[in-house]
Design a protein around this ligand. Structure first.
Ligand code: ZN
Length: 341
């Protein structure tokens, strides 16, 4: 496969081959320093960088707002005192989001910004090397040459590239170009089209799926069966493009796990809906084979239906009921108007 997917290949090979590895760095890439605690163990493999918009007393912090400047393709150095422990690559633009389910201590309804990343490699760059390479008085170091207090800082390209080389990475600027064609742009976390679109969609799917696995375990929310994780996908209950800004932030509740044995497609295409009490119902006429499959599901309780997701299922039901003419687009009067969460 080409395109940004190569960053995952890089990561997968890193665990089994202690040989020098290549990392592609585009000319436009910026470099970032994320100061982390032991939450590194969760957030690095999960691929999340999140910061609140404001602190507990309403304050803003410059080192949170720097997340706003991250772009897909940028390189992130993850620092856990006293060493750099991981290298990752930004996969999406920053978006408004509540904190991911793992690795952040803020309450679940804290408004913040999220960037999804692809882990490239775990490394160990000790403090002595960092101090030798990065100049004091320039972010992320204080004038005394100690790490600045705070979360997220820009790092000079020159210093960052030297650190990557210290980590044993060979820097190239070729193979990780974007895909030749952009996928549907507004469905992914990263926003409008850019050359990293496919990578962003894949990274978002991984993030949503991992979060659902963590919250609900590895079973299909529709048929209830347990499956290997690879056979479950994160299905949007309400598509991202139809969500309000508040709803987009609510990544825990706006999606669910559905299996690849038909549940995902039956739900997405509106053959089945979930009623107000959480029971699965047939929604539109179907062929004999499809009907037989639906009959096996109708009347079951949907495992993802609860107070927080109820509104999204209502939207899905409204969007698909009465759409027997297969007209495609939902007309505005069919739309469910969300209550504030
Ligand atoms: Zn299923």
């Amino acid at each position: 496969m080409d395109g940004p997917l190569c960053s995952m290949n890089e990561y997968m090979t890193s665990s089994s081959h202690p040989v020098p590895m290549k990392i592609s760095v585009t000319r436009e890439a910026n470099f970032w320093w994320a100061s982390q605690s032991e939450n590194f163990r969760d957030v690095f493999p999960d691929g999340t960088l999140w910061a609140p918009l404001r602190g507990s007393i309403g304050q803003r912090n410059a080192f949170w707002d720097t997340l706003l400047d991250v772009r897909p393709g940028d390189i992130v150095l993850h620092y856990v005192r006293p060493a750099i422990r991981g290298i990752s690559r930004a996969a999406t633009l920053p978006v408004l989001a509540y904190p991911p389910a793992r690795g952040y201590k803020e309450p679940a309804d804290t408004e913040g910004r999220l960037v999804l990343t692809d882990p490239v490699r775990e490394v160990h760059i000790p403090w002595d090397d960092i101090r030798d390479i990065l100049p004091p008085g320039k972010r992320p170091l204080t004038i005394k040459g100690t790490p600045m207090r705070g979360y997220f800082f820009d790092v000079s390209r020159e210093g960052a590239l030297q650190l990557l080389q210290k980590a044993g990475l060979e820097i190239t600027d070729g193979p990780c170009e974007g895909p030749p064609e952009a996928a549907s742009a507004d469905q992914h976390l990263g926003g409008p089209s850019d050359k990293w679109t496919l990578g962003a969609i894949r990274t978002e799917q991984r993030f949503l799926r991992n979060q659902q696995l963590l919250l609900r375990g590895s079973s299909c929310s529709i048929c209830g069966h347990s499956f290997p994780e690879q056979l479950l996908v994160a299905a949007h209950i309400k598509p991202r493009k139809d969500c309000s800004e508040k709803e987009r932030m609510d990544t825990r509740n706006v999606s669910m796990l559905a299996c690849l044995f038909g549940c995902d497609a039956l739900f997405e295409l509106g053959y089945i809906v979930v009623d107000e009490s959480g029971l699965i119902q047939a929604c539109k006429p179907a062929s004999k084979q499809v009907s037989a499959r639906i009959e096996g599901l109708a009347g079951r309780k949907c495992r993802a239906h609860d107070e927080r997701s109820r509104g999204y299922f209502a939207w899905h039901r409204q969007a698909h009921s009465g759409k027997v003419d297969q007209a495609g687009a939902n007309t505005p009067d069919l739309r469910w108007h969300p209550r504030s969460p």
